[in-house]
Structures are given as C-alpha cells and as structure tokens.
Design a protein around this ligand. Sequence first.
Ligand code: LLP
Length: 398
Amino acid sequence: MAFTFENGEWNLKSGGQVWHLERLAKERPRPFYLYDLDSVSERARAFAKAPGQVHYAMKANAHPRLLSVLRQAGFGVDVVSLGEMQKALACGFSPQRVIFSGVGKDTEDLKAALAHRIFQINAESFEELQALAVLTASTGQTADVAIRLNIHLTAPTHKNIQTATEESKFGLDLRLLPEVLSWLKTQPQLRLKALAVHIGSQILDVSVFETMSRKMGELFRDVKAQSFPLERLDLGGGLGIDYQNDGAEDFPRLQRYFKALSAHDSPAQLLLEPGRFLVARSGVLIAKVVYVKRGVSRQFAILNAGMTSLMRPALYDAYHRIEPLRVRGGERETYSVVGPICESTDVFAEAREMPRLAAGDHVAIFEAGAYGAVMANTYNESPLPEQWSVLDGRMEVL
Ligand code: LLP
C-alpha cells in the first residue's frame, strides 16, 4: 500500500516522492479525494491471471487519469449510460472494447451504441431486445448482443446491492428465456454472442461465484445447442474488499475468485467486469474536523465533508476506516463521525474509537476510491469535491 503511516503521520509515496497528507490538506480548504494510481496499476497487473477478458466497470470511478491507467493495462470498459460511453471513448477506449450494460437504455443510447459499433450490448429485457430489433431492421445493421439474465441467486451482501434476487429489476428473468430465444430466431440481424450475469456487489464469500459460473455454463451449453452463435459468458463484477482492514487478504481472495469463475465447464470465452476491487483502496477522502461537539452521551466529530461527498455509509451502512492524518500522543476517544449536511443519516461512523481529535485536525476516510466521487452530489449546495491523483511521482488535479 502506498498510503503509509510513519512517525505519527499518513503519507502517500509514489515514484520516490513522499507527500505528507496533513500538509496537503492544510493547503486545501475543501474536502478532496486523493487517488494512488500506482496501486490501481498494481491491481490491474494482478488481473493478468484472470480467466477472461477484463472490462472495467467504470461506474466505480470514472476519473480520466484512472481510466487511462486501466486502458493502458489492456482493459476494456463496461458502461451503463451514454455519458459513460462517451467519456470512455474520449479517454481513448476503442469501441471494440466497450460493453454497454444497464436496465434502461433508451432509443438514443441504443442508436449511439450501434453507430459506434461497440463490442457488445447487454440487453436486460425482452422489451429492450425488441427496441434493438426495430432500430437494426430500419438501418439494415447487425448487432452483437448479450442477454443479461436474472438467475435468482441471492448474493451474500447488503440488500441494496443484490441484483439477482427474484424480484430484482435487473436482467431478464430466466423463466422468459425460452420465449425470447424463439423470438430471436426470427431476428437474424441480432446475433446472440453472449449470456451475461451480475449478481451483486461487495461479495466476499467467493463460493457464490462458483454457483453462478456453473449455472451460466449450463445455460451456455443449452442455448448453444439451439444453434445460436454464442461465444462468451459475461460474468459481471462483484468481488468485494474487506473494508475493516488494509487489504492483506485481497490478493489470495482474488485467486479464489478466478478459480470460482472457472467452474462453468463450457467452451465459452469469459468476460469479467470488475469495478470496486480495482479501485476502492486507491482512494481516500480527506476532510477537516470543524468541531468536536459534546452531546448528552456521546461526542460528535463534525467534518466538513458529508454524505454529499461520500454516500456509502448513508446508503448502505457501509464501514470505512477513518484516521487522523497526524496523531499526537496516545490518547483515544470514541466519536460519532458526522458530516455537515442537514440529514440525520449524514453519519460516517457511530461510536468509532480512534486517536483523539481536535477542531482543525484532518482525517482520511479510507477505501473511498470506488463509488465515492462518482456518487457525489450537490445537496445543500455543497461543491463537488476535487479529485487529486498521484502516478509515477506526479500529482495532478483534474
Ligand atoms: N457489472 C455490472 C453490470 C454492474 O452493475 C456492476 C456494479 C459491476 C459490473 C461492478 O461491480 P463491482 O465489481 O464494483 O462490485 N454503489 C454501490 C455499488 C453498486 C454496484 C453497481 N453495479 C456501493 O457503493 O457499494
């Protein structure tokens, strides 16, 4: 890890340079994100052993410099909106490395995907396939499509990020597949090249990925036997990280994940769409303690960053490590760490024990590189946080 704690302070090291985070924070009046992009490239290298072709789920973090690190590592992208697609293309990804997922792609989105002749459109419903059929029939174009299936698998994760429970809005319900397949036979301009799945996010128990891969392998064999030009299985993303610690377990878990994905027992080529695993640990959100305020039975550390900068704790009760950038003395205290936003859920941590804080101190909220800045919003007219990044000894803001 290139964020290191030495002599009582947190630093970021890259290419022989050392940045003292407290010093950086003092120069910046507003909360900001800081990304260690060397760590993203290290994680990308770990995917050299992946059992398939990697398409980074750019919804996790779409910072242009980060995208360019992953593009140079040879990854494609998984996008879920026209905005993401345009950004990926502007960052130099070839349309032939773009997968377009998403449950509500409208005519404009589909037209753009067809115009760019992207690698694969992941349709999530019969209705979306029908819209695609109309568009392609009117232009005489062909399109390579995947059907994202809801295979009714409850992933062991927070219910707000499960995506394949029976009533989930994502994917085509497995029970509708036979009807859709017989209709597809009448639409030769739509070439069914892949079956896709994504069962949820922040999954640590990899055994569910094995079940998923087996099931998808069975479906691949079945559908292939019905003379569709199937070539690949898109197994989505979803591998989590342990937010309670700094990541020693991540790489062994990644190997177990690769093994689990290989259970499909079919001739399919695999596609993977990892997001969080690649980028979560690369980012910290740095904020200032505005007040330490006494309550009746607790004390609040009130930060200048809130749920508008990092929504995960408010949305999913997510745990993030929080550390003061500089520690003086050995005293520890327990705080409710909260933001300034006018919402009771604007809480980063309840009853968190940590080194003693004082007004004017700065803290780092760790593991904020995935689903952090991309979900930031301007409620209460909060400005969006700046995003700084370090790569090969160079710091930049974009
Ligand atoms: N592929 C598809 C189709 C997806 O919907 C997602 C994430 C991924 C890949 C990447 O999943 P990952 O490897 O990052 O788990 N905002 C939530 C997470 C939402 C995930 C949405 N889909 C959070 O902060 O935990």
